[in-house]
Design a protein around this ligand. Sequence first.
Ligand code: SAM
Length: 303
Amino acid sequence: MNYRHIYHAGNRCDVVKHLALTLVLAYLCVKEAGFCVLDTHAGCGRYDLEDARAAKTAEAREGILSLLKASAMQGQEPQRSEELKDYLDVLQRLNPGWNPADPEATGFRLYPGSPCLTASLLRPQDRLVACELHEEDAAELKRNMRGFPQAQIHARDGYQALRAFLPPPEKRGMVLIDPPYEDAEELEKLPGILAEAWKRWPQGIYMLWYPVKERPAIWRFHEALRGHGLASSFDEAGKSQGESKLLCAEFVYHEEIRSDRLNGSGLIVLNPPWQLADSLRKLFPLLHKALGTDHAGGSVSFL
Ligand code: SAM
């Protein structure tokens, strides 16, 4: 396992994925009943952008730091957007010395990964289970999550955790699957993994991140998801209810899709909250503008 998320923390793909995560969490918070979030590939919880490894790639510059710059401009869209509110609130709580009106984002240093972002948005009745396999990152995750009593941290394989922890007793909630794609066959394995998890917990919301790198591989991935019956809903008698429940959102910032670089952020959401597609459709153009991407591509559609 060579992948370390600190090199990529706060990049464009993180921003898109984390914003989508906050939208699903906001939906889950509408009902009073508690929910559970299972984060299968959790990383370190939060990241210091001044760490030498983050500074080496400086990926946050094109990601979160660009967004903060745009949002500091008085009256600009990011500042006013409902879709960004929870995310910006967590960033502020984590960086009390940062003034959101400062276009240089001086004092902004800590970037929340999915566990810290999730735990910051939970209510007392909710729970987070976060798994990380890399020994050092798991130890750091444990340290970084000490202030969150509702977070249970496990240094273990996230795919095994799907078998161990689903369905959760809360009955409501979501699963975030955000692997590093070090294994060349990861994308091929995921539809089967997702289908098995969904059978254990059909009511859960599942969000899966994938890199936009090679179109043919992505087409095969989508086809396999459909092949597993995940793209259409059925009633108990096996009759199709006609409405697809598999949302696919791609935020693409390079016009030419090349396999030697990340060209965009892909998200699959199984059982998406009903308003998620519309929120992402509003969010993507705003994000392209704020991040200053050369190419404002992407789509939000049901598979
Ligand atoms: N979800 C995190 C976030 O949004 O802040 C980032 C996760 S990063 C893309 C992927 C993480 O998965 C890495 O920290 C890696 O060490 C870990 N990992 C790799 N294989 C794993 C496995 N089988 N089970 C759990 N964690 C794994």
